[in-house]
Ligand binder design. Structure first.
Ligand code: T4K
Length: 366
C-alpha cells in the first residue's frame, strides 16, 4: 500500500499568492456576490476561451442544468441517456419532466443517434445528450433530428471544458450547453457552473432565474431560485483559467502514457482519440471485457495498492433506487453492459508518469 493514495481526480489550484491577490479587491470593495465585477470578468473571459456567444454563470453545474431546462421552457418528455452522473437525470425529473432513455454507442459512450427518432412522441420537447468523459456527441446528427422534429437541444457539457470541434467551441452547438466547474473538473471555481447559448434573449431570463426570479427590486416575474456564483468563486476561476491550457497538456501526457501501456491489451477497451476534435482529456475510462480479471477484481487490486479508480458511471441512472419501478433498464443494453465493466482510471494534470505506470503495472500484473 502506497503512503499517499492516488485518487481518481485531484483539483487544480492556482498558486495561493495569486489567489490572494485576486481576492484583494473583493475585500476592499466588500462586494461578495450577486453578479459582482469578478463574476462579470470571468464570464467575459470564458466567452472567448470557450468560443461561444453567451455565457451565464451559476453556483454549480446542476443548478445551471435545472435553470437551462427552465429557461428553454421544456415540457413533457426529453430524450437523454442513463449513462451519466446522477445530476443529468435528476435535473430532468426535478423539473417535472419525464426522461426517455436512449442507448449509448459502444465506442465513445455518447448517445446513439440512430436510436433517437424511434423514441420521439407527441410529448417530446427536447434532447438532453451528455458529452460523457469529454467525448463529443454526434452534434451534426442530433442537430438534424432536432430541426426535423422541432426539438430543443440542451447538452450536458459538464465534462467538455475547452473542447473544440472543427475549430468551434463545443458549447456553441445546440440551443444551450451546461458546463460544470466543480473542484474535480478540468477547470474549476471550487463549485460553479455555466450555461452557454446562442440566442442573447436568454441572458435576462437567466439573470432573473438565478436571483429568485426577480427583475429589479419590486418585480418578480419568474419563480426562480438562488443559483449565483459568488465573487470568491469567480476569483478562483479567473486564476485557474490562466493555467488551464498547461494543465490540459499535463493531462494529455498522462493519457498518452496510459494509451501506450494499455492499448491493444486483450480484454481492455479504450476510447480512440477523436478526429477533428481538440480534446481536454477529462477522464480516462477503461472497459474490461474478456480481460483475465473482471472490473470489480481490477478495482479491488488497485484499492489494495492505494489507487482509487472509480466506477464512473455505475449504476446507470435509470436503475437508481429513487427511480425504482419507473424505467425499464433493459431498454438501454449497451449502457447497462458498459456500466458493469467500466473503470475511470486516475487522471489529473500533475499525475506523475510513474504513478500512471504504477496503475498500469497493477492492472497488467494482476
Ligand atoms: N453532469 C455530469 C455529467 C456530471 O459529471 C456532473 C458532475 C454534473 C452534471 C453536475 O455538475 P456539478 O453540480 O457537480 O457542478 C464527482 C463530482 O462531485 C461531480 O461534480 C462530478 N460530476 C462527478 C463525475 O464526480 P463524486 O460523487 O464522485 O465526488 P467525490 O466526492 O467522491 O470525489 C471524487 C474524487 O475526487 C475522490 O477521489 C476525492 C477527490 N476530491 C474530491 C473533492 C470534492 C478531491 O481530491 N478534492 C475535493 O475537493 O462526484
Amino acid at each position: 500500500m502506497r503512503e499517499e493514495p492516488i485518487l481518481v481526480v485531484r483539483p487544480s489550484l492556482p498558486p495561493l499568492e495569486e489567489y490572494i491577490e485576486e481576492l484583494r479587491p473583493i475585500w476592499d470593495s466588500r462586494w461578495l456576490t450577486n453578479a459582482g465585477p469578478k463574476s462579470k470578468q470571468l464570464a467575459e473571459q470564458l466567452k472567448s476561451h470557450l468560443k461561444v456567444d453567451n455565457v451565464e454563470l451559476f453556483a454549480n453545474g446542476h443548478l445551471a442544468l435545472e435553470l437551462a431546462i427552465s429557461a428553454l421552457g421544456l415540457k413533457g418528455e426529453v430524450i437523454t441517456t442513463p449513462y451519466t452522473f446522477a445530476s443529468t437525470t435528476h435535473a430532468i425529473v426535478r423539473s417535472g419532466l419525464t426522461p426517455v432513455f436512449c442507448d449509448i454507442k459502444e465506442d465513445d459512450y455518447t448517445i446513439d443517434v440512430s436510436k433517437i427518432e424511434s423514441l420521439i412522441t407527441a410529448r417530446t420537447s427536447a434532447i438532453i445528450p451528455v458529452h460523457v468523459y469529454g467525448n463529443v456527441c454526434d452534434v451534426a446528427g442530433i442537430d438534424a433530428i432536432a430541426r426535423k422534429h422541432g426539438l430543443k437541444v440542451l447538452y450536458d457539457a459538464a465534462h467538455v471544458f475547452g473542447v473544440e470541434v472543427g475549430g468551434k467551441g463545443v458549447g456553441s452547438f445546440g440551443d444551450m450547453s451546461m458546463f460544470s466547474f466543480h473542484a474535480t473538473k478540468v477547470f474549476n471555481t471550487v463549485e460553479g457552473g455555466a450555461v452557454t447559448f446562442g440566442d442573447p434573449a436568454y441572458a435576462a431570463k437567466f439573470e432573473s432565474l438565478r436571483q429568485f426570479g426577480m427583475d429589479g427590486q419590486e418585480r418578480v416575474p419568474l419563480i426562480g431560485t438562488n443559483a449565483k456564483l459568488t465573487e470568491v468563486h469567480a476569483a478562483m476561476g479567473i486564476c485557474n483559467l490562466r493555467h488551464t491550457d498547461e494543465q490540459i497538456a499535463g493531462r494529455r501526457r498522462a493519457v498518452l502514457r496510459y494509451r501506450e501501456r494499455l492499448d491493444g491489451v486483450r480484454g481492455i477497451k479504450l476510447c480512440k482519440p477523436a478526429v477533428g476534435v481538440k480534446e481536454n482529456y477529462a477522464y480516462f475510462p477503461v472497459v474490461f471485457d474478456g480481460y483475465k480479471l473482471d472490473r470489480d477484481e481490477v478495482l479491488a487490486k488497485l484499492n489494495e495498492r492505494g489507487i482509487y479508480a472509480r466506477k464512473y458511471f455505475y449504476p446507470i441512472t435509470s436503475s437508481f433506487e429513487c427511480y425504482h419501478g419507473m424505467f425499464e433498464i433493459q431498454e438501454t443494453p449497451v449502457a447497462l453492459r458498459v456500466s458493469k465493466r467500466v473503470l475511470a482510471l486516475p487522471l489529473y494534470h500533475d499525475l506523475a508518469i510513474e504513478a500512471v505506470d504504477e496503475v498500469c503495472d497493477t492492472i497488467l500484473g494482476a
